[in-house]
Design a protein around this ligand. Sequence first.
Ligand code: ZN
Length: 459
Amino acid sequence: MKPLEASPDLSTVFAHIEENRQSFIDRLIEYLRHPSISAYGEGMGEVADYLIDWLNRLGFNARLVSTPGWPMVMAKLMQSPGKLTVLLYGHYDVQPPDPLEAWISPPFEPTIRNGRLYARGAGDNKGQHFAQLLAVESILACLGKLPCNVIVLLEGEEEVGSPHIDQFIREHKDEIPADLVIISDGPVDVSGRSRLEFGVRGVISFELRAHGANTDLHSGNWGGVAPNPLWTLVHLLGTMKNSQGHVTIDGFYDNVDNPTEQERIALANLPIDLEAVKRDLGLTDFDEPLDRPFYDRLALYPTLTINGLHGGYGGPGSKTVLPHEALAKCDIRLVESQTVDEMFTKVEMHVKRFAPDVEFVRQDGMEPSKTPLDSPFAEPIYRGIVAAQGEEPLIVPAMGGSLPNYVFTKTMGLSTFVIPYANSDEANHAPNENIEVERFVKGIRTGVAMLISLGGFKG
Ligand SMILES: [Zn+2]
């Protein structure tokens, strides 16, 4: 791909960012002083109002849209007819700061040490969406007008699992006439390189509950006579995956797509030091199948994980008990063409067939999401990142984890790109969360360059 041509607009805005660097950092510090903890509601209204006020002052039509939980901040600036409309998504809520005693400086007293700004929300996600909004502000200050239309959507419930974003998007998608979605959240690569991420896996969680007698029994008096629910679960789980790492639930791999040539190359190009990973984790080897490359496993294949197996006695010494119940908690990560409903049904059928007396309990599900690597917006975004950072980002076809990006790709039908700005050791969700100050500034530049690059898009 070609780099973005040196554009006078770009240089003007980059110069503005340099001149205002200190005031931008000071403003982020001020923003981070305000808690917005969705888990128990502290400061949510104040931070949402601050965002609405700022966006309105920038010329956006901004409002708070209520949901059954914390409201969405939604703002539009549609001044460029005929140009693309870019939806910038982020979240204004943060994780609770506990344990407080583990913080070197208090979570809501932002402090810079060794080039890093420490505060709850510094990386996840305040520092990142603040950079996006400063990018918009800087373009408006220098050029008077945005190069494309921009819709800002800032969620207030991301840190509690986005329970209402699906419903919100279904109800409001007609008011969001976007062409593509840009999300800046999460960390860059551990190598320090930027990442341009196209997809995430989906996930379902479920429980298997086995029941025996109506009470725990003496293993001498009843062993060999009364059924043992732990053995029932062990046998059932044994029918679900073999020792070669192949999941043996009927149809489990039915909708696993073959990677495109572009995806295959991108996955092979992602840097990974397998020996270092093993050393870090204290592993002598990876899980089967060993011949499958590291990133292929995370991006291209579904997985079945036993999260916990519970029942009977686990305390010190021995207890010759025959437990009366047993529980397994499991999750399955889904890849692009699989669906939550399809997979729940397949597992349920499997349980019915092999252990009809075991109770199958559906829990949460989140659909997978993927944007094709040949999306027409990928190249202008890529060129914007290179122009802002002077280095090519890694192309990540799909990440192993799960985010509700399907509401944009599947419900709205939009190409969706994740471009993280935070350092890989941002300590999100942990004490001493931080963002490297230079990465925050680079984030503002990247936001600017992506919008200018997309402004030149010719479909
Ligand atoms: Zn988070």
